[in-house]
Design a binder for this molecule. Structure first.
Ligand code: IVH
Length: 677
């Protein structure tokens, strides 16, 4: 990042072009951050590009456009919420990234003021700004900042937050602002839950808080364990405070949650001490902070200094540099995935980084490893991508040992010794030996997994032992296992032996699509497997079919057809299928065919159904399948075309919408009787 060359070497045309490109990139990042609550880059990357744009626009004011992010306050208003207008606009805040810039800010203010300026210094909480209105001591309205003038009415969601009082200690009318945030512990727990449910994790607490407040269903916000600190009095008839520090005291007296760390600083040395203290201890706080905020303490002086179009002149945010930690690379491990992709991971001396101990970081692929030129015994700087995933930012070349040699990327598979190749244009290195033990282990794990053959109790640990002891070599061998053999496994007693044998036995009867998916054929996911099984009905028919017929199946294209052709042309694959038949694994489709579903006399036949909320008796996939077997079409969003909404627990916006459209709603508890109809 940074501009391509010094600013004084730009022509106006070049500057205009560079600025336009930056605006486009910034708009994309901003959209991801604000509207989708899912940032695609770290904050500091955005900040640096923004500054580049500012530099260009400052040097060539004529290139500034109205839609430039430098001319707007930010955020966006989402549809779905009632809009509110902020009588007093919610401005944003200027920011600086170094102590020199902070000194410049102070000097500029100090020039216009006779006495030494006092600052109230506060932590910059990593959440999102909210605005609260109380009438006669009662909470009546809460809103997001939105675009600064128009925000979203999120009163119902804010009412679920304990730190926001419903009733103040005095019956006063007041408008206040502050920060709503998700405590780190809640954030970690929420992401764990989301990952377990197959939902994407939130990138950071700020996005998690924003995502929670933007739920149309207040029940979801309530579950999310949010909190809030208030820091600004906007309008208050009975203001007794003359300084920002006193304003915080007034807020606390009225019953608001106020961050206790604020301090009045009398000079920049005190400010620096404050910054250093919290930079060092930020990981110990139970909420995330991304800097500190300096506010001119004297409220009269604040008014006198006033605002620019965008930001108050009397306050500034000092943003912490991105959290980094240095450590030493001890090893580079290569793991082999199910499809043979070989991925490098740096193994390092453990270090503390943004609250966790980090000892491993993925290097993604051989090209990245080569580009970063990471070598054994190199000192590297780590950061957390999206605040969570440890990544190597760069090698500290000054600390590279004198006798260091470039890391030699393996040309042979670390597991089986087979030559590694780049397929097509792939960046990934692959081991293409189908008998590679590391791949076989991953394949067996996939074969046994829930959406494939669903063999309960056959996880990676057991599979590793079965392979090590030579008890299985491929998936067909699983069906030849005996109780005596399983007894050789570590801590395997009668009960576990029986359970596993029963689970394996039961899987023999699975319908063809599970086997097709379980075989791990490139590009054939669970959905394609099901379509293929439904169409061809037997493995034999599928193997005998030609490309054309495969591509005639709904949504199946050339990539899948090619992949199947390559797969079934392989001698080893043909042997494996024969063996599976020998061990009596079912090779036919036993589910309901499309034609049968269409003729079903089920209640659901021909209806368009949407699922929402948490289901307890079914997984979503199972229920969807069952409904489709009954002739229903299952879609993702509620519209006028929806015939039925099936609502599990904690259903949110889809439920609200279905109610508004008067679409019949079936609760999960009543589902069985409908399915039986
Ligand atoms: S005062 C609505 N004080 O930082 C503007 N802001 O980068 C209020 N923030 O939009 C500015 N902690 O969401 C202020 N102690 C604090 C803050 C704080 C966090 C946020 C706020 C603002 C953003 C600007």
């Amino acid at each position: 990042m940074g501009l391509a060359k010094p600013i004084d070497q730009y022509t106006q045309t070049e500057a205009a072009a560079a600025a336009q490109e930056l605006r486009q990139t910034l708009a994309e990042y901003s959209e991801a951050y604000y509207t989708k609550d899912a940032p695609v880059v770290e904050d500091h990357v955005y900040d640096e590009l923004y500054r580049d744009l500012e530099t260009l626009e400052a040097a060539f004011p004529i290139i500034v456009t109205n839609d430039s992010p430098t001319q707007k306050v930010g955020d966006q208003v989402l549809p779905g919420f009632k809009k509110v207008t902020h009588e007093v606009p919610m401005l944003s805040m200027g920011d600086v990234f170094s102590e020199e810039e902070l000194a410049t800010f102070d000097n500029r203010l100090q020039k216009n003021v006779e006495h030494a300026i006092e600052y109230n210094v506060e932590l910059k909480i990593d959440g999102l700004a909210i605005d609260l209105i109380y009438e006669k001591g009662q909470f009546v309205r809460g809103a997001t900042r939105g675009n600064g003038t128009i925000g979203e009415d999120i009163t119902q969601n804010l009412k679920t937050i304990k730190a926001i009082p419903q009733t103040l200690t005095k019956p006063v009318s007041i408008e206040v602002r502050g920060e709503c945030y998700m405590p780190k512990a809640s954030f970690a727990a929420l992401n764990e839950k989301r990952e377990a449910e197959g939902q994407p994790p939130f990138a950071n607490p700020r996005n998690a808080a924003a995502g929670s407040l933007r739920q149309l269903d207040a029940k979801i916000a309530a579950e999310r364990n949010l909190s809030a600190f208030m820091y600004t009095i906007v309008t208050f008839d009975d203001v007794q405070a003359t300084t920002q520090y006193e304003a915080l005291e007034v807020l606390a007296e009225l019953g608001f949650n106020v961050n206790p760390t604020a301090e009045v600083c009398h000079n920049m040395t005190e400010v620096k001490t404050f910054i250093e203290r919290y930079q060092a201890t930020r990981d110990d706080l139970e909420y995330g902070i991304d800097g500190v905020v300096l506010k001119v303490n004297d409220l009269a002086l604040q008014r006198q200094l006033g605002n620019t179009v965008k930001v108050p002149r009397w306050e500034i945010a000092y943003k912490f540099p991105p959290e980094e930690a240095a450590t030493i690379v001890r090893d580079i491990e290569w793991t082999i995935g199910r499809t043979g992709v070989v991925t490098p991971t740096a193994v390092m001396d453990p270090v503390q980084l943004a609250g966790t101990t980090v000892a491993r970081a993925s290097l993604h692929n051989a090209d990245m490893l080569r580009d970063k030129d990471v070598r054994l015994l190199d000192t590297v700087l780590l950061h957390k991508a999206g605040d969570i995933i440890p990544e190597i930012s760069q090698v500290v070349l000054a600390k590279r040992p004198a006798d260091s040699q470039p890391y030699v990327i393996p040309t042979e598979c670390p597991s089986c010794g087979h030559e590694l190749v780049h397929l097509d244009e792939e960046v990934a290195l692959r081991c293409i030996n189908p008998m590679c033990p590391a791949q076989v282990k991953e394949q067996l794990t996939h074969f046994a997994s829930r959406n494939a053959m669903n063999i309960d109790g056959l996880g990676p640990r057991i599979i590793a032992q079965l392979l090590d002891q030579g008890l299985v070599h491929d998936v067909a061998d699983l069906y030849r296992l005996t109780a005596d053999q399983l007894a050789q496994l570590d801590k395997f007693k009668e009960k576990s032996i029986n359970n596993l044998l029963n689970a394996i036995e039961a899987s023999r009867q699975n319908s063809l699509e599970r086997l097709l998916f379980g075989l791990g054929i490139r590009h054939v996911g669970a959905k394609a497997a099901r379509l293929l099984a439904e169409h061809f009905l037997t493995m034999e028919a599928l193997m005998a079919s030609d490309q054309e017929e495969i591509m005639s199946v709904d949504t199946i294209g050339e990539t899948i057809a090619d992949s199947l052709a390559t797969y079934f042309a392989d001698d080893q694959v043909q042997t494996l299928i024969r063996e599976l038949a020998e061990v009596q694994v079912n090779l036919t489709y036993t589910g309901v065919t499309k034609a049968q579903a269409e003729n079903s006399d089920s209640y659901f036949n021909g209806k368009t159904v949407v699922l929402t909320g948490k289901l307890s008796q079914y997984t979503r996939g199972e229920l969807k399948q069952q409904l489709e077997d009954n002739g229903a079409k299952v879609t993702g969003s509620v519209s006028k075309k929806t015939d039925i909404l099936i609502a599990g627990e904690d259903a949110g916006s889809k439920l609200t919408k279905a109610q508004a459209l008067e679409i019949p709603i079936i609760n999960e508890a009543d589902l069985d009787s409908y399915l039986a109809q």
